[in-house]
Write a protein of this length. Structure first.
Length: 318
């Protein structure tokens, strides 16, 4: 049996990092996808994971051989095998149009697509809770302390307000257009999460003030996107300033944020872990071309993003 699954990328509109500590995050699943195929063979042998980007990994028993970037997916296979009693051999292929280390949830999208495909071998309709929990096994390998927000976006799609360990609130897609600008700087989410954890330990009072402020800003944006995008944009910029106080921005990201606003964006901020990756600008149809051209003049490739209501789905089954 061969199964094909696709899952969307995500952008965090507000609330990255604070979401790890139980505060809300506003996140949208967007129209860029990862793809996974799983071929289940009734024979004994090593499981294989093939990636167009990283190469081939093999695993048998508890042994793993291959690129470290594929370890999260090996973990998902191991947990699936043990928890569901799967006895066959698996050949997995993964690919993604989501830029890696961009803050768009590339590892989570792949983890959700793989978890859904594997569980489809056992269940006619894989239960959401099982898909979520299995995908999180891979995310814990990829990141220090994942909140689950990336997995939630890839699983359920749409615009959601997410709180760790409490679930999601689905929202109406807002007004305006999101323009994503790539800084060209790769970064490690793991390093940025550790940086914020260090701030919590060294300056707990400042940390608590920042977290409470981000929480309030995130909730307000979630209610304003449908009615007042100018105010929502200003609050996105405030979120960027708070992220800067956490220590996860840099001069390149700041430059893209302020350039976007100067060119006519309602607001802008880094999106994802920070330290590199992308900036998200809120624009409308009237300002889109101007802001896009201005960012490209700073050697920042852009993408126009649309919210997609559908999360992970089965593309084909034979």
């Amino acid at each position: 049996m061969k199964i094909f699954c696709k899952a969307p990328a995500k952008v965090i509109i507000s609330g990255e990092h604070s979401v790890v500590y139980g505060h809300p995050a506003l996140v949208a699943a967007v129209n860029i996808y990862s793809k996974v195929s799983v071929d289940a063979v009734d024979e004994i042998g090593a499981h294989e994971i093939y990636s167009e980007k990283y190469g081939v990994a093999k695993m048998i028993g508890g042994a793993f051989s291959g690129p470290s970037q594929l370890k999260p997916f090996a973990r998902i296979i191991t947990v699936f095998r043990d928890s569901e009693g799967f006895k066959g051999r698996l050949k997995v292929r993964i690919s993604s149009d989501i830029p890696p280390a961009s803050g768009m949830g590339s590892s989570a999208s792949l983890s959700v697509a793989l978890a859904n495909a594997l569980l489809k071998l056992v269940y006619e309709k894989p239960p959401d809770e099982k898909v979520f929990n299995l995908a999180m096994e891979g995310e814990r390998v990829a990141h220090v302390n994942p909140s689950g927000v990336d997995v939630a976006a890839a699983l359920w799609g749409g615009l959601i307000l997410f709180v760790k360990d409490k679930g999601v609130e689905r929202l109406e897609a807002g007004q305006g257009v999101f323009l994503l600008a790539d800084s060209g700087l790769e970064r490690s989410t793991k390093d940025m999460i550790s940086k914020v954890a260090s701030l919590k330990e060294k300056e707990p009072d400042l940390f608590n003030i920042i977290m409470a402020s981000v929480s309030s800003v995130t909730t307000r944006i979630s209610r304003l996107l449908q009615s007042d995008i100018a105010e929502a944009g200003r609050l996105m910029t405030l979120n960027h300033l708070l992220l800067s106080l956490m220590g996860v921005s840099n001069s390149r990201l700041d430059s893209l944020v302020w350039t976007s606003i100067s060119a006519g964006a309602y607001g802008a901020k880094l999106t994802g872990g920070g330290g590199g990756g992308c900036v998200l600008a809120l624009v409308d149809e009237n300002t889109l071309n101007t802001v896009e051209e201005t960012l490209r003049n700073l050697n920042a490739p852009t993408m126009i993003l649309r919210t997609v209501e559908k999360g992970v789905y089965l593309e084909e089954l034979d």
